[in-house]
Structures are given as structure tokens and as C-alpha cells.
Design a protein around this ligand. Structure first.
Ligand code: ADP
Ligand code: ASP
Ligand code: MG
Length: 405
């Protein structure tokens, strides 16, 4: 007998018919003799609609209140699945984040799990209950409801699997595994049977939303075996595992894109010590996460300073920089929201040269201009004009030999 955690995403619980399918799959696993803990997302589209509703009142709703609203999406699907299972004569109990004792920090909208006391879940499992936990939500030490960031039910699933030392965490989604790139953007994307934690960590951080990045961090740190698969068939999906020697042979495993960033440039900034800190400190004080940074030196004693922030924070960041620009006597602040970051990833890059040049040449051949570049040991990213996103993904996928035969 194993302990199996099954997480179902929004499309898998989009309506009662699909919830009934999920219930059948859960029941089958339970009937095989396993203990089953299920984590559910909100029905697809519900979280977006809740955000839109709050935005009708104000563009910047209070983050604490917004989390109370957002948590309702999962509060509906968890009991709906429990009721469906009860109707099939199974003992099932739903738990909200606070009832499952998922303790987070107080960063509303993007809270981090700091601990899970799995007592309540264990108690129910001992009574042979199927436990259905509402994903995406927790509570902080002051008793406030928090949410874990978009796509956060993946993290709920993996964190609960880690806390319970589950044998596997199955992530059921609308594609049948992790692909070399988003199969909805590139029809030649290939399914990957086994991928390392490092590679999917990079892919997730670069925009492949198939797994939320924090879920991979937890899986890696606690060695949780993760199986990404579809709820629409019995097919095996992708196993996320520790790096295996043969993985190094493939130079590039994946191509990702991220359209959720915006670029801000401060022009003609005095080229002096301390300027970068002056530009970025107020951004960091506002809890805005900066991704890429570029600073050039010019002979004139002035320089341009460019960085990227999440699109959702663009307005706030521009307001801050317009104030900073006056303070440091910069000439102008320019913003651009029509950008996209295209990245290639692979652990094999560590031991192969010429990968970056091949990426730049491939883009250049099609006249796609590179606006910014950044690299890590196992990744190269280029910022380009958003309108070329799909084309660039497809070109790089072909250039690095990833197209399915
Ligand atoms: P869920 O609601 O089940 O959490 P998501 O929409 O969050 O599902 O994630 C699944 C989606 O991730 C897929 O529909 C696909 O478009 C996208 N995706 C992006 N990159 C990849 C990739 N490399 N492999 C598989 N899916 C990917
Ligand atoms: N419902 C949340 C979202 O749409 C969490 C999730 O689906 O994982 O982001
Ligand atoms: Mg998701």
C-alpha cells in the first residue's frame, strides 16, 4: 500500500462532469488499496474572474482582502469533489488550507509555505477517508488567509506530499506530460519521459507554467517524486527525477517563453558609484521582483540602465522610477510592455560550447532583434519583441533538434 497525492488542475475540475471523472480516478487508486490525498484547483477561469471582479472596484485592491476572495475558488471545488465521492459511497472529507494547517508567511498573493502540520490529514487517512484539500491557499501565523501565487495548487500538492512523505505526487493537467516546449505553441513539441529537477526548475522559472516553480523547489529539496500526467487518459506522463548521467548528452532539453515581463530604461544616468542601488532599492522596498538588469558604460560619463519587472508591477515600478529619475538627474524613463523572454535550457550546456551563438544566429537569420541577454550555467535567455514569441520558439525548437520525428 502506498500513499499517493493527486493534484488536479483547473481544466480537470472545470465542471461537474469532469469532477465526476476525477472522482472515478481517485476512487480507482483508493480501491487498489492506497491512501489518497487529493489537492484541487479552482474551476478553470474562476481565479481570473475573481481578480477581474475585484479590479472593477479598484486596480490595486487590498492584498489581504483579495486573498480572501481568491481562496473561494478552491473552496468550491474541494467539497464538490468530496460530495461526488460520498455519492459513490466513499468516505471523503474536504479541508481548506487552514484546516489542513498549511502555515505560510504573510506575503499575500505570493505566500510561501513555512510548515504543514499533517496531523489532521493523517487522522482522516487512518480512518480510511479520502482527503480532499483546497489548493493554492494557507494561513499565516496571525490567522489571515493567504494564497500561494498563480498556479499555486501545484505547490500545495507537492508540499503536502513532502509533509506526508508520500510515495508520489501526481500532477494531473490538460497536457499529458512535460514537453520540450509548450505544446500549445509549437505543434512539434516532444514529450519528455524523464526530466531532472534542475531542468524543470529552470523551465518553470522561465515561464513554462506546467509546474509552479515553488513546487519544483520543494520537490527537489524534499526528494518528492513528481509525475506530471493527464487526467483525460491512463497514459504515463513525465517523471521528475534527480539528474541522470545520460541527461548531459542532450544539450538543449527545452524552449520556454515568458510574456509576463516589462522593461524599464532610465536614460542618461550619471555613471557613478551607488547609482544602481539608488535605482533598484525603492523597487526592492516595494517588494517588486527584478529579473534582468543591463547597464552599459559610455565615454560621456553617462549611461543607460535597463531592467525588467513583472508586467503586473509595471505601473508601480514606472511611478517609482519617475521619482528616482528626478532625484538622480536622469534624462528620461522609458517603458516597454511588448516584450517577451525566450529561453533555452539543458544541463548538457555545462559541457558544450557554441550554444549561445547558435541561438543568436537562429534569431538573426529571421531578423528578430535581441533586446537583452542573460545566461546561467544551464540556460540562455533573450528578450525580444513580443510579436515574435511563437515564431522564435518554433525556430529554436527546430534549430536545437527538438522537433518530433
Ligand atoms: P493546470 O490548470 O492543470 O495547473 P496549467 O495551465 O497551469 O494547468 O499548466 C498546463 C499548461 O502548461 C499546458 O496547457 C501548456 O500550455 C503549458 N505549458 C507551458 N510549457 C509547457 C511544457 N514545456 N510542457 C507542457 N506544458 C507546458
Ligand atoms: N486557481 C489558482 C490559479 O488559477 C491556483 C492554481 O490553479 O494552481 O492560479
Ligand atoms: Mg497550473
Amino acid at each position: 500500500m502506498s500513499l499517493i497525492v493527486q493534484k488536479f488542475g483547473g481544466t480537470s475540475v472545470a465542471n461537474l462532469e469532469r469532477i465526476s471523472n476525477v472522482a472515478k480516478r481517485v476512487a480507482k487508486t483508493f480501491d487498489e488499496g492506497h491512501d489518497v490525498v487529493v489537492i484541487v484547483s479552482a474551476m478553470s477561469g474562476v481565479t481570473d474572474n475573481l481578480i477581474k471582479l475585484a479590479n472593477q472596484i479598484t486596480e490595486l485592491p487590498d492584498k489581504r482582502e483579495l486573498d480572501v476572495i481568491l481562496a473561494t475558488g478552491e473552496q468550491v471545488t474541494a467539497p464538490l469533489l468530496a460530495i461526488t465521492l460520498q455519492n459513490m459511497n466513499y468516505s471523503a472529507t474536504s479541508l481548506l488550507g487552514f484546516q489542513a494547517e498549511i502555515l505560510t508567511d504573510g506575503a499575500y498573493g505570493n505566500a510561501r509555505i513555512v510548515g504543514i502540520s499533517a496531523n489532521k490529514i493523517k487522522e482522516l487517512l487512518e480512518k480510511r477517508n479520502i482527503v480532499v484539500v483546497a489548493g493554492f491557499q494557507g494561513w499565516d501565523s496571525s490567522g489571515n488567509i493567504t494564497t500561494l501565487g498563480r498556479g499555486g495548487s501545484d505547490t500545495s500538492g507537492v508540499a503536502i506530499a513532502a509533509a506526508l512523505k508520500a510515495d508520489v505526487c501526481e500532477i494531473y493537467t490538460d497536457v499529458d506530460g512535460i514537453y520540450t516546449t509548450d505544446p500549445n505553441v509549437c505543434s512539434k513539441a516532444k514529450k519528455i519521459n524523464r526530466i531532472s529537477y534542475e531542468e524543470i526548475l529552470e523551465m518553470a522559472s522561465l515561464g513554462a507554467k506546467v509546474l509552479q516553480i515553488r513546487s519544483v523547489e520543494i520537490a527537489k529539496n524534499f526528494n518528492v517524486p513528481v509525475h506530471v500526467r493527464t487526467s483525460f487518459s491512463e497514459e504515463e506522463g513525465t517523471m521528475v527525477v534527480n539528474e541522470e548521467p545520460e541527461m548531459e548528452r542532450v544539450v538543449v532539453t527545452g524552449v520556454t517563453y515568458n510574456k509576463n515581463e516589462a522593461r524599464i530604461t532610465l536614460k542618461n544616468v550619471p555613471d557613478q558609484p551607488g547609482i544602481a542601488a539608488k535605482i533598484l532599492s525603492p523597487i526592492s522596498d516595494a517588494s517588486i521582483v527584478v529579473d534582468m538588469i543591463i547597464q552599459n558604460t559610455k565615454d560621456s560619463g553617462e549611461t543607460d540602465f535597463t531592467f525588467t519587472v513583472p508586467k503586473a508591477e509595471f505601473k508601480r515600478a514606472m511611478d517609482i522610477e519617475n521619482r528616482v529619475a528626478k532625484d538622480i538627474s536622469a534624462k528620461e524613463v522609458a517603458g516597454d510592455t511588448n516584450i517577451s523572454k525566450i529561453s533555452i535550457t539543458g544541463v548538457g550546456m555545462r559541457s558544450h560550447s557554441g550554444v549561445a551563438v547558435k541561438m543568436f544566429t537562429t534569431l538573426a537569420k529571421e531578423n528578430i532583434n535581441i533586446l537583452m541577454i542573460s545566461t546561467s550555467e544551464i540556460r540562455i535567455s533573450c528578450v525580444i519583441d513580443e510579436k515574435y514569441t511563437e515564431k522564435a520558439v518554433q525556430l529554436l525548437h527546430t534549430a536545437f533538434g527538438l522537433d518530433k520525428q
